[in-house]
Each structure stands twice: as C-alpha cells, then as structure tokens.
Design a protein around this ligand. Structure first.
Ligand SMILES: Cc1cc2nc3c(=O)[nH]c(=O)nc-3n(C[C@H](O)[C@H](O)[C@H](O)COP(=O)(O)O)c2cc1C
Length: 387
C-alpha cells in the first residue's frame, strides 16, 4: 500500500499522496511556480509604496484561492518572528507559518502549502504533529521548509541561544531524523543524540496516505547545502544574475550531490516579478517602488544583521547588495513585458530548474496579469500544462 517510489499511496479520500506525487506538487508541470513570502507584511519588497503587501489573512486567503484556481503549484511562507524595522517595520507583521498553511490548505484544492519551521525553536514531537494535522487537512499537500535561523535578535526573544553555524545543522539533523521517524515508525522509539535525548517517542496519525510531506531547505553555506542534499526533496539555490550556464552548473552540482545519497532532488530558485504591458512600464514601476521609494532604513537594518556594511565589504559591492536586498531580498529580478518575463522563466527551466518561487509588490493586484499573460506563454513553450 505505501511506497515512496511512486506506487499510489492513497489517503481516506482517495487522493494519491505518494512522495513522487507530492514532489510533483500533484501536477505535471515541467516547471513549477510558487508564491513566496505572502505571509509577511510587505512580502519581499522593501518598499514604502502605498500598495505594498498587507500580509493580512484576508488578502492571503484571497490570494491562495486565486492562485489555486490558476494552477499555481505552491505557496512558501517566511518564518519570521521580528520585523526588520525601518519606516515600514519591514516584515513586522507575520502570520505563523504552520497555522497559516493549515488555513490555506483547508481553503484550496490543488496547491502545496509549505510551513517554514525553525528547527531550534519547535519541539520536534509537537512540530511533527502540527505538520501531520496540516497534511491531513490538505490531503497530502503540506510541505516542510526546514530552517535553522540566522537572526540573533529573534532567538534572544525566545531565550534560546543561537548555536555556532555548523552546530545549527548538527541539531537540525537530529531534529529531522526524529521527525521522519515519528512520521514513519509504528513502534515507540528512543532517540539519544548530541542535543536531543528523548524516550518512548510516538506520533499518530501518520501523514496523509502514509508517505511523508516533502521537505525543502535553502542553505547557502557548504554545510547548509550538504544538509539539503542529504535530507531534502527540494533545494533552493540562488540563480546567477548574469549567466544561465552558471545557473545550470549549480543545478547539476546539487543534483549530482543528492544522487550520491541515492536521492532525487528538485532544484528551485527565487524570483521577483514586475510584469507590465510594456518593458518601459515595468522598468518605471520597478524604479518607483524599489529605488525611488525603497525603505532604505529597513534595508540597512537587514544588511547590518548580516554584517554587511561599507566597513566589511568594498563600497561598490555594498551598493550592489543594498540594491539587491531592496528588490526582494536578493531574489532574481524579472522585469519586463509578458514576452520578456516568460522568456526569462523558460530559460530557467532550460537551465534545469524544477521550479521558481516568485513574489510581487502586491501579489493580489499583480497575479491576475501574470496568470493571464505569462502562464499561457509558458504553456505554449511546453514548460507548463494547461490547467
Ligand atoms: C527560498 C528561501 C527561503 C528561506 N526562508 C527562510 C525563513 O523563512 N526563515 C529563515 O530564518 N531563513 C530562511 N531562509 C534562509 C536559509 O534557510 C538559510 O539559512 C540561508 O540561506 C543561509 O544559509 P546557511 O544556513 O547555509 O548559512 C530562506 C532562504 C531561501 C533562499
């Protein structure tokens, strides 16, 4: 009955929730498209403009329903506990991601919804059960984005000491080992690790249909990437801004590393879309939001947290990074008319990427145009199926 290789694993309502169907996000698109960051105020755009994203539940719900109807494959939230300050308190209001995902899964039919979980902040037994609950409500459509955290101030608020970078991933390894065992083992078990010491562990029910939720990670360091290829089904990497070949090489490298562990890895990236009827209009809007009306005090706060300042990096690099963080916290900017936007996305698919998680300044206002104009172009190019 249960098989991670693709044999149907059906839950109570009959939906196939095998790992391979979960990895395909229950669809058949060559390139998957998701929305990134909608659970946070301002989303991914560090801007002052009036129409910046509210991040409130009403808008999230409307967005998820619209995206689900249009065939968007997934929504990926940001796990953030404290805003970044600045004039807008960038990402200051955020909906907790597992509860957010649960509400959206109950209100949609097709898409996968991720929870972004800070391993050091969530007891694994509680997290495993919360995620299973979301997975049952979504009939196999919950996904886990495991993060180890990097923002010291957030951890201080919990009274939890941030570990040294390498140790964060040692802890995360134990955490995910426990979670996977809770999801799959039918006998009680003990776990004695370097950090976790737990007895008589049990979790019921198992995930919907028996196969586990897909797991993603976006580690950028060598250790973070090694963690992803060892443990995850999906890995997010940064696409090169200048060379598709370079992006293709990064994709091959990640997939090859995963195959050494006998794993198939979906490889994704992050994009920031400004799509308007003409290239000039798109560039003007981009300039208006992300340059002329960027929340620079928030951007500088984010950079300071990452220890990026004119004192730590050469001035020319600092200015480039400053502008990249304003425009979607470092995601690939895709700015232009529908032909241009579609072309860029098709190129990413050609480079071997499995999918892209995108953001807009205002997701609800901008998604309809993207779906009406860009998705059909992607279908004609063979990277998306008709919905
Ligand atoms: C698509 C994507 C989503 C991420 N989501 C979060 C998040 O929600 N919360 C968080 O603290 N870090 C998040 N991160 C940061 C990564 O998990 C990771 O910590 C960061 O890329 C640094 O890599 P390292 O941990 O290997 O040093 C995200 C990164 C990317 C690219």
């Amino acid at each position: 009955m249960h098989d991670v290789t693709g044999t149907p694993v059906r839950g109570e309502s009959g939906r196939d929730a095998s790992l391979s169907r979960r990895m395909a996000m229950h669809g058949a698109h060559k390139l998957q498209i998701g929305l990134f960051g909608a659970n946070c105020s301002s989303g991914r755009a560090v801007t002052l403009v009036e129409e910046r994203w509210s991040g409130n539940w009403r808008d999230n719900l409307a967005l998820a329903r619209m995206a689900d109807e249009a065939g968007i494959d997934f929504m990926l939230p940001i796990g953030r506990w404290k805003g970044y300050g600045g004039e807008t308190d960038y990402q200051g209001a955020t909906l907790e991601t597992i509860t957010w995902a649960t509400g959206l899964l109950a209100s949609t039919r097709r898409m996968t919804v991720f929870g972004t979980v800070h391993a050091p902040l969530f007891n694994p037994v509680i997290a495993a059960k919360e995620m299973v609950t979301a997975d049952h409500i979504g009939e196999g459509r919950f996904g886990l984005n495991i993060v180890v955290g990097w923002n010291e101030g957030e951890f201080e608020m919990f009274g939890v000491a941030q570990r040294e970078h390498e140790d964060r991933y040692v802890y995360a390894q134990e955490w995910i080992d426990v979670i996977k065992r809770i999801w799959s083992e039918h006998e009680d078990f003990d776990f004695h690790g370097k950090y976790l010491d737990m007895k008589g562990i049990r979790g019921k029910p198992k995930p919907y249909g028996g196969a586990r939720p897909i797991i993603m990670n976006a580690g950028a360091s060598h250790t973070g990437q090694a963690f992803a290829v060892r443990n995850c089904d999906a890995f997010f990497l940064q696409a090169s801004r200048t060379s598709l070949d370079e992006t293709a090489q990064r994709v091959v490298k990640a997939r090859t590393a995963a195959r050494e562990f006998g794993r198939e890895l979906g490889v994704y990236t992050v994009g920031v879309i400004t799509c308007r009827p003409t290239r000039q209009e798109a560039e003007d809007y981009f300039q208006h939001c992300i340059v002329d009306h960027a929340d620079w005090s928030a951007v500088d706060g984010i950079l300071a947290l990452k220890n990026i300042s004119p004192e730590t990096v050469p001035m020319d690099q600092f200015l480039i990074m400053r502008s990249q963080y304003a425009q979607g916290m470092g995601g690939l900017p895709i700015v232009g008319d529908p032909d241009h936007v579609a072309r860029q996305i098709i190129d990413l698919s050609t480079a071997g990427l499995t999918g892209i998680a995108v953001s807009f300044v205002n997701y609800l206002d901008e998604l309809p145009y993207f779906c009406d104009e860009v998705l059909p172009r992607l279908q004609r190019a063979g990277v998306r199926e008709p919905v």
